[in-house]
Design a protein. Structure first.
Length: 417
C-alpha cells in the first residue's frame, strides 16, 4: 500500500532536515529510509531510479527524492518529496546570506572563511577522487577527462559544449547491442504532452513576465539559472566552473572571493549543493538593492533552478524501464561523467589558486589562456589550513560539517594570535 500523505511529509521532511554531506550521503540516507527501514521501494527500483537521475540534468539526489515521491503517490508525492528535500536548506541559505552581507567583511569573519575555503579545496579534491575511481575505468574515458580539463582550463570552452561533445563521443563509440526488449508499461504519449504543456509554461512563464517587466537584473538571473538547469550534468561541482565564468567574469555580479565563500557556506547546509545558486542570486540582489531585492532574487533562482527538476522527473519517470533498455544512453552518460572529472579537476585548480595565492596573472598565447600565480603572494596560513583540512578528512575521516566548523574556528584562532 502507498504511504499516506502525512507519512510522506514526515519522512521526506526528516530526509530534508538531515541531508548534509553532499549527494553520496543524501543518496545513502534515502536508501536507508525508503528501502531498508520502510521497504517503500525495492532495491532494484531504487538503483534503477538512481541511474535515471544521473542521466538527467540537475541535482541527482533531489531528483531521486522526487522520483521516489512520484512512484509512491504520483505527482502530488513527487512535489512533496522534492520540495521538502530543498526547503530546509533554502531557509538556512536565506539566513546565511543576510548574515554574510552584514558581517562578511569583518576581519574575524574573513579569518573564519579562510578556514572554510581551505576545507572546500579538500572537499572538491575528495569529490574528484571518488568520481574518478568510478568514471575513469579505461583509457578512452581518461582521455575524455583530460580533453575536458584542457578545454576549459586552457581554452575556456563553455561547459555545455564540453558536456555535449562527451555525450556524443560516448553515444557514437558504444559497441554492443543497441537495445533490449522494452518492458515499459507506465508511459503514454498523451501523458508526456500533458506534462510538457503544464510544466514548461510553469517554469518559463514567470521568466518571460520578468523580461517584459523591464527588471533587468531579475530577468538576467532567471534566464541564466534556467540555462544552468539544462546543463547541470555531473552535479554542482561540475557546473561551478561555468557558473563562475558567467557570474564573476561576464556579469560581474559578485567577486571571485564571494563565489568561493558561497560554495563554502552552501557546504554547511542541508539539501543539494546547487543551492549555491540561491546564495549567489541573493547576494547579488543584496548588493544591488538591499534585503527586498535579495529575497526576490533568491526566489527567482530557486524557481529557475528547481522547477525544471520536477519537469525532468515527471517527463522521464514513466519511461524508466524503457530508458534502462537503451545501453547507448548509458554510454553517453559514461562519457559525460568522464568529462565531468576533467571539469572538476579544473575547479580544484581554480579554487586552490584563488585561495592559496593573493595575485594571479593571466597569460595568453593565441586561443590559450593560463592563470599563473605570483609566488610572492603565497598565503602560508591558507596552505597550513588546507593541509590540516586534508589530514582531518583523508586520515582522521571526520565528517564534512565537523571539519568545516573546526577549520573555521582554527582560522579565527590564528587571526586572534
Amino acid at each position: 500500500m502507498a504511504p499516506s500523505v502525512r507519512d510522506l511529509v514526515l519522512v521526506f521532511g526528516r530526509i530534508g532536515l538531515l541531508s548534509f554531506g553532499g549527494p553520496a550521503a543524501q543518496i545513502s540516507l534515502m536508501h536507508q529510509e525508503l528501502v531498508d527501514r520502510r521497504a517503500w521501494l525495492s532495491e532494484e527500483t531504487y538503483l534503477r531510479a538512481l541511474s535515471l537521475c544521473m542521466l538527467l540534468p540537475g541535482p541527482e539526489a533531489m531528483q531521486l527524492a522526487t522520483y521516489a515521491g512520484w512512484r509512491l503517490r504520483g505527482v502530488t508525492g513527487g512535489l512533496i518529496a522534492g520540495t521538502l528535500f530543498v526547503l530546509p536548506g533554502a531557509i538556512v541559505i536565506s539566513a546565511l546570506v543576510l548574515l554574510y552581507a552584514s558581517f562578511g567583511t569583518l576581519p574575524l569573519v574573513q579569518a573564519g572563511f579562510l578556514g572554510i575555503k581551505a576545507t572546500v579545496i579538500v572537499i572538491v579534491l575528495q569529490a574528484l577522487l571518488k568520481l574518478s575511481r568510478k568514471a575513469l575505468t579505461d583509457t578512452e574515458h581518461r582521455l575524455i577527462a583530460g580533453i575536458g580539463f584542457l578545454g576549459i582550463f586552457l581554452f575556456n570552452l563553455p561547459f555545455p559544449l564540453i558536456i555535449l561533445a562527451a555525450a556524443l563521443w560516448g553515444y557514437v563509440s558504444f559497441k554492443g547491442p543497441v537495445a533490449r526488449q522494452d518492458t515499459s508499461s507506465r508511459a503514454s504519449f498523451s501523458g508526456t504532452l500533458r506534462t510538457v504543456a503544464i510544466w514548461v509554461p510553469l517554469w518559463l512563464g514567470p521568466l518571460v513576465l520578468l523580461s517584459l517587466s523591464g527588471h533587468q537584473l531579475l530577468s538576467d538571473l532567471g534566464w541564466f539559472f534556467a540555462r544552468l538547469a539544462v546543463v547541470t550534468f555531473g552535479g554542482a561541482y561540475a557546473v561551478l566552473a561555468y557558473m563562475t565564468q558567467t557570474v564573476v567574469d561576464q556579469y560581474q555580479w559578485i567577486s571571485t572571493g564571494q563565489m568561493i565563500d558561497a560554495l563554502g557556506l552552501a557546504e554547511t547546509t542541508p539539501g543539494p549543493l546547487i543551492l549555491v545558486t540561491q546564495f549567489v542570486a541573493m547576494l547579488t540582489g543584496q548588493i544591488n538593492g538591499g534585503v527586498s531585492l535579495a529575497f526576490a532574487a533568491g526566489a527567482v533562482a530557486l524557481w529557475a533552478t528547481f522547477v525544471p527538476c520536477f519537469l525532468w522527473i515527471f517527463l522521464a519517470a514513466p519511461y524508466l524501464d524503457k530508458l534502462a533498455t537503451r545501453p547507448r544512453l548509458s554510454a553517453a552518460l559514461h562519457g559525460i561523467t568522464a568529462a565531468v572529472v576533467g571539469v572538476i579537476l579544473n575547479l580544484s585548480v581554480w579554487f586552490a589558486l584563488n585561495v592559496l595565492f593573493g595575485a594571479l596573472t593571466q597569460y595568453s598565447w593565441g586561443p590559450v589562456s593560463i592563470p599563473l600565480p605570483g609566488w610572492d603572494s603565497l598565503n602560508l596560513t591558507a596552505v597550513a589550513l588546507t593541509i590540516a583540512a586534508g589530514v582531518l578528512i583523508f586520515r582522521a575521516k571526520l565528517g564534512m560539517a565537523t571539519v568545516l566548523a573546526l577549520m573555521s574556528v582554527t582560522g579565527i584562532a590564528i587571526q586572534l594570535l
